[in-house]
Write a protein that binds this ligand. Structure first.
Ligand code: FE2
Length: 278
C-alpha cells in the first residue's frame, strides 16, 4: 500500500498524510451514522463533558466505562450558566467513544477495512489490534482545545507500538482547529503515562521535556485524508472558534506482539480484540 518514500517519511517524521484517499460518499455514510448515534443518545447529564485541561478521570465512571460503549460526551462549553445548551444540541457533542469500531455496523466496516491493515503492516505493526475508536466533532464556535500530548501516554505498550489513524471527515484548517504535530518529535521521550487503578486515574510524569509549543506545524488536510502518526509524536489541536465543524474519526492500534500495560485506562474486556480484514 505505502511506497518506500511514504514509509521513510513516517519513520523519519513520525507522521504521514495520505491525501483524499477515502471517497466523499463513503465519508457521508459514516458521518450520517455518527449523527444517528447522537440523535439516539438521550442522556443529557451536564457532567458528561470531555476536555483535556484536566486529565484526572478519577471517579468518572461515565468516562471509564466508555471503553466498551458508544457514549456521547459534551463540549466543555456546551452549557450556559443556566445549564441550557448554548447552541443546537447536536452541535454540542464533543465526541462519541470509545468502541464504535466493534459496536456499530457502519463504523465496524469502515474501521476494519483491509487497506488499513496493509498500512499497519507497512509501518511495522505485524499483529494490529484496534484498541479504541472516537468520532470527534470539534464543533463550530465551542470546539474544545486538545492540549499537547502523546498517544502512547494512554496506550502504553512494551515496546512502544501504538499508532493513530486520524481520518478527516471534513476539511481540517487553521480556522476550524486542525491537527498540529512536532515533526520528528517521536524521537524524543515519552513525557507521561496515564495510569488507572480501579476508579482512580493518575498522570505519571516520565520526562520534563517541554512541549513543542513554538515548533509544532499545522496539518491542514482535505476531507477524506488520512493522517497516520506514531504513538510518541506530540500533537495538539486548537479550539474551534469558526462557524464550521472539524469532524474526524480516530483509531488507536497496538501490536499484539507487545505487552499492553495493565495500568492503561482502557481495557475492553467484554469485547473482542480485533485487527483488520485480510
Ligand atoms: Fe491524541
Amino acid at each position: 500500500m505505502l511506497n518506500e518514500g511514504q514509509i521513510k517519511q513516517y519513520q523519519d517524521q513520525g507522521f504521514l498524510v495520505l491525501d483524499e484517499v477515502f471517497p466523499l460518499d463513503e465519508l457521508e455514510q459514516v458521518k450520517q451514522q455518527a449523527a444517528k448515534i447522537v440523535n439516539d443518545w438521550h442522556d443529557d447529564d451536564r457532567s458528561h463533558t470531555f476536555g483535556t485541561k484536566d486529565n484526572d478521570r478519577s471517579g468518572n465512571d461515565f468516562f471509564l466505562d466508555s471503553a466498551e460503549t458508544m457514549s456521547c460526551f459534551f463540549e466543555e462549553e456546551a452549557f450556559d450558566e443556566k445549564g441550557e445548551f448554548v447552541q443546537d444540541r447536536a452541535l454540542c457533542i464533543n465526541k462519541i467513544g470509545h468502541a464504535l469500531h466493534e459496536l456499530d455496523p457502519v463504523f465496524k466496516r469502515f474501521s476494519h477495512q483491509k487497506i488499513l491493515g496493509d498500512i499497519a503492516k507497512d509501518i511495522g505493526l505485524q499483529e494490529p489490534q484496534i484498541r479504541q475508536s472516537m468520532y470527534i466533532y470539534k464543533q463550530p464556535n465551542i470546539g474544545g482545545e486538545v492540549n499537547w500530548h502523546q498517544d502512547a501516554t494512554f496506550f502504553f505498550t512494551t515496546p512502544q507500538s501504538v499508532v493513530t489513524y486520524w481520518f478527516a471527515m471534513e476539511d481540517a484548517t487553521l480556522e476550524n482547529g486542525c491537527l498540529w504535530v512536532e515533526p520528528e518529535g517521536h524521537k524524543g521521550p515519552l513525557r507521561e503515562r496515564f495510569n488507572r487503578c480501579g476508579s482512580d486515574t493518575k498522570m505519571q510524569p516520565l520526562s520534563d521535556k517541554a512541549w513543542p509549543i513554538d515548533t509544532g506545524v499545522p496539518v491542514e488536510v482535505k476531507a477524506g485524508s488520512l493522517v497516520i502518526f506514531q504513538g510518541k509524536l506530540p500533537h495538539y489541536s486548537a479550539p474551534n472558534r469558526s462557524n464550521k465543524s472539524r469532524q474526524a474519526y480516530t483509531l488507536h492500534v497496538t501490536d499484539g506482539r507487545t505487552e499492553y500495560a495493565v495500568e492503561n485506562w482502557l481495557h475492553a474486556n467484554t469485547l473482542p480484540l480485533t485487527g483488520f480484514d485480510s
